[in-house]
Design a protein around this ligand. Structure first.
Ligand code: NAP
Length: 248
């Protein structure tokens, strides 16, 4: 028995990095796990088998988080397959970094659609089921960059700030239905997303972290276990930073 036994979770963007770590921690805690991927098809299929080995029900769906109709279809498929949807984790995210002067309209639109619109897409679809059940926990993955801004990431920072406003608004609207909505704001986490950064940039991030190291995906996943579970039953509308005191 884990602290998520009997619950069904949907995690977007779980083929690698933080999403993959969340899926594994959720399975370890007894949750049934539905998850999505987009381009990493083999990794997605491998994860499905890895999760099933924990003795829970697991299924991966190839689904574009930025597509409204696809999110609706996805949630319907999850509810049909699993019979419930208790926890939704909006994790899918991308970067298309550039200085504002060089940022294209496409790079702006793509990041806003994948990172921010995706949250609207799934939350709108999932709350139908959660409202009927009079229970639910929604966790949106934002970033410390969404709180403090970052040169070269105006699109990403805007998408992540948007997630904070969206999270608080959903918490206010749906609190009376016993649906909680929180955000997790990771700092610098060692994943493929940050592996592309040059050594100077990485050192700059490390120097800014009082704990003097990057975080691991599992350390973000543990925060998501807490917020998804009944251990956090009176916590809603919050942004939980997982950043080694980077932004304090
Ligand atoms: P990552 O290793 O690059 O993984 C990103 C995941 O998102 C992949 O599974 C990818 O799936 C999926 N994804 C991308 N576009 C998608 C789309 N349109 N539809 C569905 N899935 C899509 O990134 P990460 O570092 O784990 O980041 C995960 C989340 O944490 C993101 O929201 C990111 O902004 C946030 N975050 C990360 C850090 C950090 O330091 N790493 C810090 C703060 C916040 P495919 O590979 O299948 O396309």
């Amino acid at each position: 028995m884990g602290i998520l036994s009997g619950k069904t979770a949907l995690i977007t963007g779980a083929s690698k990095g933080i999403g993959r770590a969340i899926a594994i921690r959720y399975a370890q805690e007894g949750a049934n796990v539905a998850f999505t991927y987009l381009s990493s098809v083999e990794k997605g299929q491998a994860l499905e088998n890895e999760l099933a080995a924990f003795g829970i029900k697991a299924k991966g769906f190839k689904s574009d988080a930025s597509n409204f109709a696809a999110a609706d279809e996805l949630v319907n498929a999850v509810v049909a397959e699993f019979g419930a949807l208790d926890i939704l984790i909006n994790n899918a995210g991308i970067t298309r970094d550039n200085l504002l002067m060089r940022m294209t309209e496409d790079a702006w639109d793509e990041v806003i659609n994948v990172n921010l619109k995706s949250c609207f897409n799934t939350v709108k679809a999932a709350t139908r089921t959660m409202m009927k059940a009079k229970a639910g926990s929604i966790i949106n993955i934002t970033s410390v960059v969404g709180i403090k801004g970052n040169a070269g990431q105006a699109n990403y920072a805007a998408s992540k700030s948007g997630i904070v406003g969206f999270t608080k608004s959903v918490a206010l609207e749906l609190g009376s239905r016993n649906i909680r909505c929180n955000a997790v704001a990771p700092g610098f986490i060692e994943t493929e997303m940050t592996a592309v950064l040059d050594e100077k940039t990485v050192q700059g991030w490390r120097d800014a972290i009082p704990m003097r190291r990057g975080g691991q995906p599992e350390e973000v996943a543990n925060a998501c276990v807490f917020l998804g579970s009944d251990m956090s039953s009176y916590i809603s509308g919050q942004v939980l930073q997982v950043d080694g005191a980077m932004l304090t």
